[in-house]
Design a protein. Structure first.
Length: 134
């Protein structure tokens, strides 16, 4: 999934940090390619405080906080993904995601194996945001 730069309030915001990329990991002596991509919820929310955006059939609002945090996502994946702790997360419609907890930042993602591939996984970051501290 490729993202075009956004124009918010007349200013262009780069989406280069949310472009897909691949990383290789050594898993039990085999090289596994993980293809990372980032979803719409990484820079939008449904609170209605920002500029309305549409992607496919979904309408959400630009969220400056999520956008700013999303600039760290690639670094998190490159440096912390493989050694991080991911826990299963289930939603009402029986979809299963995983959550990677990084201090006060939660990253929700799905993992799938593309058809007709060997040693390849696709990881789609569904949503990522700072967790409210109490």
């Amino acid at each position: 999934m490729q993202w075009k730069d956004l124009i918010i309030g007349g200013r262009t915001l780069s989406m280069a940090h949310l472009q897909p990329f691949n990383l290789m990991f050594d898993v039990a002596g085999k090289q596994v390619t993980v293809k990372f991509e980032f979803g719409f919820h990484c820079f939008t929310d449904d609170k209605g405080h920002g500029e309305p955006l549409r992607f496919r059939h979904e309408r959400r609002y630009f969220c400056r906080d999520r956008y700013d945090c999303s600039t760290q996502l690639r670094d998190y994946m490159e440096r912390r993904f493989y050694n991080g702790l991911a826990v299963p997360y289930f939603v009402e419609n029986n979809q299963r995601y995983y959550c990677l907890d990084l201090h006060d930042y939660a990253i929700f993602f799905s993992i799938s194996k593309p058809g007709n591939t060997a040693n390849v996984l696709k990881l789609r970051v569904i949503s990522a945001y700072e967790v409210a501290t109490w």
